[in-house]
Design a protein around this ligand. Structure first.
Ligand code: ADP
Ligand code: MG
Length: 715
């Protein structure tokens, strides 16, 4: 994708402005979105113009406008069958929240009138006392406000029995602190816009008025038949299987990846994509993934805010639509041990409101220079804040994946690809090889090689890869909201861009030519941060050793990673750019640690109860059958084996029970998390190990759980 249409950077998101899709009526694209086109039709001209101006400028909305917009929105929604509206927001649970209000108010004479005021559009006050806040909001000051985000279009969610108008909103405490994932993301987009605007001006671009960050998330997921799901309390309660022996057939045959899509699955995909299209979510690709039962889709990229909202909606739609086909969509990062897990590749870039992608190498020397400047800023940002970036993707589900030879390692590094590496090597040394002319610095930018698009990257082992005109942050978990990782990316990039701009300004003031100055800044930035660059195999043991030598952080598990959220470096960058205050970061840190503890405790309890009440009785029943089966040498051997396993099982279950019930008494949440990590998790694994062994021995007719071989292969 060489040139990006200006619409794709626009505040109302990507495909929203793409009239070809809308007009062709493809799937009724965008028909349930209060899009720019609908706003133009429905709003008085003056109001429409002022709304667009507000959106373009990124400034706050004039409350007077709100009544006009609310009326138009309500009429449009009611014509489409809506009876209720909701402020749709994203609390720190990582999912979305909604509380429905009817449009109808009783008039006192036995009738009711449909009403929806500007005030109701702009602000809501959900009874929000039980959302996680990490101590920001004690329940006695339980007020939380939702505030309309006009930069993400309102949309209608359909149900067989009605429809709901959803208004994307931000969620804040009454003291103005962010209690959600949207506010910091919006703030980070502003931060990056300010810094990158300053830089593009220095680089000679006077036209741009705003910079938009963009995301294109590639989503992986599993689909399984619902009958197996309901027979597995672990899947129902935790989203993953806590037991299950590896099937005889895995993905060794590589017959699933990009294979033909089973009919029921394709029917599901077409239906889900139609639902997404109605919501203006432009889905582009779909295919089978590596593991049996695993699939992926990706949308066309959009600005980070809309793209992130859409990503949340996509996850919801996948789960809802699956039910229509008697399927269950599993978004967990690791539903099946020993089988590939699911991630979310977060393609990320930023560009001007005039349509230029600033991470596009481009065809002209000027574009080359601009690209090198911003690319170097990304290297510097990721190197300087690798721990924070790692923390932004930490979750219990991820602990099964990262570093497990199927997902990027827990060490953050950047893959540049051979061509771009050559360019940096040449800039650094002042001399190049045949493909990269030797004297950049002397001759200036005009001899910079044309950087090839899509520089051949297929290095799946890198957590952060340059892929031609964007970076792909590959370490997100499949169930994760994109908001926070992108908030971090945008903010650390803003800081690095500013630092490079300072250096560039100094060079220019010293009398350097622009090209000479940029190359000097790029050279210095690259030399300082090149330890973050790694083009090799991220799965190899050698890399782990090498990363240690380079001083890169290796934070394998969530409790190791999360403290970086409140490190000095994190507090400094997030607060300097007005994205998250120290208190807001502290609250996020606490929420993440508490969620880690809570999720693993649920897993610990579920493992215990399934082992004790389902699996152990099955094994004991088998022992009983063996006991009644008479005498022979063979039977004696089997009996001895099963007896031994049952004894081991009883002991392991006992140990898990005591791990589950002897949590340390401490106020330090991290200590609690470390206890879970070091005691509950190994106790669960020990129980599972014996159970998986038993699964291979106990007769199928007695084993109470569906097995991987059924769950994964019956489509
Ligand atoms: P590849 O297959 O090489 O990864 P694609 O062009 O298919 O490349 O992109 C994969 C994802 O990256 C898609 O979701 C796409 O929309 C997204 N993407 C492409 N360009 C950008 C960009 N400038 N910013 C953010 N995401 C992008
Ligand atoms: Mg990709």
């Amino acid at each position: 994708m060489t040139n990006v249409s200006a619409a794709q950077w626009s505040p109302n998101g990507g495909a929203m402005g793409q009239s070809d899709l809308t007009q062709s009526g493809a799937y009724g694209f965008g028909e349930n979105v209060f899009s720019t086109a609908i706003q133009r039709q429905r709003l008085p001209t003056a109001a429409y113009k002022r709304l667009q101006e507000t959106l373009d400028s990124g400034l706050a909305l004039d409350p007077v406008l709100a009544d006009a917009i609310a009326t138009a929105m309500k009429e449009w929604a009611m014509e489409r069958g809506c009876t209720h509206f909701t402020h749709w927001f994203q609390p720190l649970t990582g999912s979305t929240a909604e509380k429905h209000d009817s449009f109808y108010n009783p008039t006192g004479d036995g009738n009711a009138l449909a009403e929806f005021s500007g005030k109701e559009l702009i602000q809501g006050e959900p009874d929000a006392s039980s959302f996680p806040t990490g101590g920001i909001r004690a329940t006695f000051e339980a007020r939380g406000y939702t505030a309309w985000d006009p930069s993400s279009p309102a949309f209608i969610l359909e149900n067989p029995n009605g429809a709901l108008l959803c208004i994307p909103t931000a969620f804040a405490s009454w003291t103005g602190e962010a209690l959600d994932h949207k506010i910091p993301l919006l703030r980070s987009m502003d931060a990056l816009s300010r810094s990158a605007l300053r830089a593009v001006k220095l680089l000679g671009n006077e036209d741009a008025r705003r910079i938009f960050t963009t995301i294109g998330p590639e989503q992986e997921y599993f689909l399984i038949d619902e009958r197996y799901y309901f027979e597995r309390p672990d899947l129902v309660t935790t989203g993953r299987t806590l037991f299950g022996a590896k099937p005889a057939k895995g993905h060794e045959l590589d017959d699933h990846y990009f294979g033909s899509i089973p009919e029921r699955v394709l029917a599901f995909m077409l239906d889900a994509e139609r639902e997404m299209a109605k919501l203006g979510i432009p889905i582009k690709t779909r295919h089978n993934e590596v593991a049996p039962g695993q699939y992926e889709f990706a949308p066309v990229f959009e600005n980070s805010n809309v793209g992130s909202d859409h990503q949340q909606l996509c996850m919801q739609i996948l789960q809802n639509v699956a039910r229509r086909y008697a399927l269950i969509c599993l978004l967990h990062e690791k539903p099946f041990a020993g089988v590939n897990g699911s991630g979310k590749h977060n393609n990320w870039s930023f560009g001007t409101d005039t349509g230029g992608n600033l991470l596009e190498p481009g065809d002209t020397p000027h574009e080359n220079l601009q690209f090198l400047f911003f690319c170097t800023a990304v290297l510097a940002a990721v190197d300087s804040h690798q721990e924070l970036l790692r923390a932004s993707i930490a979750s219990p589900g991820q602990d099964h994946r990262l570093g497990a030879n199927e997902a990027p390692p827990a060490i953050i590094s950047i893959f540049l690809g051979a061509e771009l590496q050559k360019v940096y090597d040449a800039i650094e040394s002042g001399s190049g090889d045949a493909a990269t002319p030797s004297s950049y610095l002397k001759l200036g930018a005009s001899v910079l090689p044309h950087l090839p698009m899509h520089g051949g990257d297929r290095n799946r082992t890198s957590p952060f890869a340059f892929t031609g005109n964007k970076f792909e942050f590959r370490a997100l978990g499949s169930s994760m909201s994109c908001s926070f990782p992108n908030t971090v990316l945008n903010t650390i990039a803003a800081q690095a861009i500013d630092r490079l701009s300072d250096a560039l300004e100094a060079q220019l003031e010293g009398g350097a030519e622009l090209a000479e100055a940029v190359l000097a800044v790029v050279k210095e930035g690259y030399s300082e941060h090149k330890r973050i660059v790694f083009n090799g195999d991220g799965y190899s043991g050698d890399w782990h050793a090498e990363a240690v030598r380079r001083g890169l952080a290796n934070l394998p598990q969530t409790p190791d990673a999360l403290p970086a959220l409140v490190s000095d470096g994190a507090v400094e960058v997030m607060s300097a750019y007005d994205v998250l205050s120290a208190r807001e970061l502290e609250s996020r840190y606490e929420v993440c640690v508490e969620q880690y503890i809570a999720k693993l405790n649920i897993e610990g309890e579920t493992t215990f109860s399934m082992a004790k009440t389902m699996l152990l009785p099955a094994a004991v029943r088998y022992l009983g059958e063996l006991g009644a089966a008479g005498e022979s040498a063979g039977l004696a051997t089997i009996r001895a084996e099963v007896t031994g396993l049952v004894d081991e099982f009883v002991e392991a279950i006992g140990e898990l029970e005591s791990a589950n019930t002897s949590h340390p008494v401490t106020d330090d949440v991290l200590d609690k998390a470390k206890y879970v990590q070091s005691t509950v998790v190994p106790a669960m694994s020990a129980v599972r190990e014996v159970a998986d062994h038993l699964e291979r021995i106990v007769p199928d007719s007695l084993w109470p759980l569906p097995k991987y071989s059924e769950i994964l292969f019956i489509k």
